[in-house]
Design a protein around this ligand. Structure first.
Ligand code: NCD
Ligand code: ZN
Length: 464
């Protein structure tokens, strides 16, 4: 037998620990993990000596802006950035124009993304007060999860956001019945509106006003509401981009009562504090905002003690011109920063420093997202029969992050330019095909495949 691809001499991160072995991939799946003569010859062979082969990393939270705002990013550039950053699968958010909250919008987004993606992708469907009757059909199309905002000042609010507890319960009940998780941007609208009105009326336009308009209490309040609704409805709740000690404590308590909650944080909350908005101004304007050192410490603690389950980049590209509009008046700039290409090197730097283990990184950046999306064990682990998608890592590579080397259209808005990091992906391999090699994207446009929820797996798995 000949295999399509053989990875030789690598340290393979299997479900049973790290083993020195070769991997043969055939017809997109892991055919064999063994040493020496038991491995078939490969049409293509890569020597992975000294490198670690991780299950293909998954970014559960990206905004590729396609359709609607492709001047900021599109599915090709976004997925090239994903491949460069070591991600084999991404889950794209529904706040497009039009929102991915109707079956028509969902289908046409699948079609468009299929023609451009370099890595595999899943899609969230949006939900709000106005598309509740469409939710069952969106689940039928393979939506990976539903997403709603507790706060969204947008003309599309009725398709993407909920305004009160009654709507929260309705949406959670619907998603629970459909057996699909509900992902929430949890910041309380009333708290934010009141704080914003006060700040604006006192003439504040400086960058710190943005942070003050979205206090920690707004997140904690919304998180409590969501956890309460999850408990009542039994839905699996995915709490996106948590930033505060208070939220982490709420999640910890809810987990101990058996609430089905999966929690996420993002690299910018782990590596930057609110000081950054004073230095970087509107470029560091993100929702929720960057926080203080105490919150950051609590986030790191929760990564280690498994309260937080996933790291999503919340890759939210905007144009430099738009960010510059916030120079004199912070309210004018859009929120969000593009991080998908630096998420892994930043986290590997902490692995090198002994802050978290590589095993924990794999849970946070692959396995737990695969479980949440019902794609495990086809994704999120390396075992015979699993998909042949891998992130090959050089843990010893020291380098300086250079914004001008990035693939994202929003490279000028990247927050980590010039940072020294240690550890990077040197190969991104999707279903047996190399899509990134030594930092260069070699995968072709349209190779990436739409990955609907749970087709590869029938039993449900708990996260962590
Ligand atoms: C998000 C975006 O730009 O799409 N921005 C962000 O700061 N996280 C939208 C949002 O979540 O509000
Ligand atoms: Zn987001």
């Amino acid at each position: 037998m000949q295999a399509d691809l053989v990875l030789k001499n690598g340290l393979v991160f299997t479900s049973k620990g790290i083993v020195e072995a070769d991997i043969a991939v055939n017809e997109e799946k892991v055919a064999k993990i063994a040493k020496g003569p038991n491995i078939p010859k490969g049409v293509k062979t890569i020597d992975c000596r000294g490198k670690i082969i991780l299950p293909g990393l998954i970014d559960p939270h990206v905004h590729f802006r396609d359709p609607g705002e492709t001047e900021k990013e599109d599915f090709y550039t976004g997925s090239c950035a994903a491949a460069a950053g070591g991600f084999t699968l991404v889950a794209d958010m529904p706040n497009n124009q039009p929102p991915t909250s109707t079956v028509d919008a969902f289908k046409s987004k699948v079609k468009e993304a299929c023609s451009k993606a370099v890595v595999d992708f899943c899609l969230y469907a949006g939900c709000g007060a106005e598309n509740m009757t469409e939710m069952a059909y969106l689940a039928g199309e393979g939506a990976i999860a539903f997403k709603t905002w507790m706060y969204l000042s947008s003309p599309f609010s009725n398709l993407l956001a909920v305004k009160d507890f009654k709507e929260v319960i309705q949406i959670f009940t619907n998603t629970s019945k459909l057996g699909v998780p509900i992902a929430v941007h949890a910041e309380d609208a009333e708290t934010i509106e009141q704080a914003t009105t006060l700040l604006k009326s006192s003439g504040r336009k400086d960058p710190a006003a943005h942070s003050e308009s979205r206090p920690a209490s707004a997140e904690v309040k919304a998180v409590r509401v969501c956890l309460d609704a999850a408990k009542k409805t039994g839905v699996t709740l995915y709490l996106l981009h948590l930033t505060t000690k208070g939220a982490v404590e709420e999640v910890k308590a809810a987990k101990s009562w058996g609430v089905k909650v999966v929690a996420e944080t993002c690299p910018h909350y782990l590596f930057l504090t609110e000081e950054a908005i004073l230095q970087l101004g509107a470029y560091a304007k993100i929702n929720p905002p960057l926080r203080g050192i105490e919150d950051q410490k609590a986030l790191w603690g929760s990564l280690v003690d498994t309260v937080i389950d996933c790291i999503g980049s919340d890759h939210a590209p905007h144009r430099k011109r738009e960010k510059e509009e916030g120079r004199e008046d912070i309210w004018l700039a859009p929120s969000g920063a593009p991080n998908i290409e630096v998420s892994l090197p930043l986290m590997l730097t902490k692995v090198n420093k002994g802050v978290i283990t590589l095993a924990r990184l794999v849970e946070l950046m692959s396995t737990n997202a695969a479980k949440l999306f019902n794609l495990y064990p086809a994704r999120g682990t390396i075992d015979e029969g699993a998909q042949g998608s891998f992130t090959v890592v050089d843990l010893k590579s020291d380098y300086k992050i250079r914004a001008d080397h990035l693939y994202t259209k929003a490279k000028e808005c990247m927050l980590f330019d010039g940072w020294m990091v240690k550890g990077r992906a040197i190969y991104t391999i999707v279903r047996g095909s190399v899509v990134m090699e030594e930092g260069v994207v070699v995968g072709s446009r349209g190779f990436g495949r739409f990955t609907p929820r749970g087709l590869t797996q029938r039993r449900s798995h708990s996260v962590s």
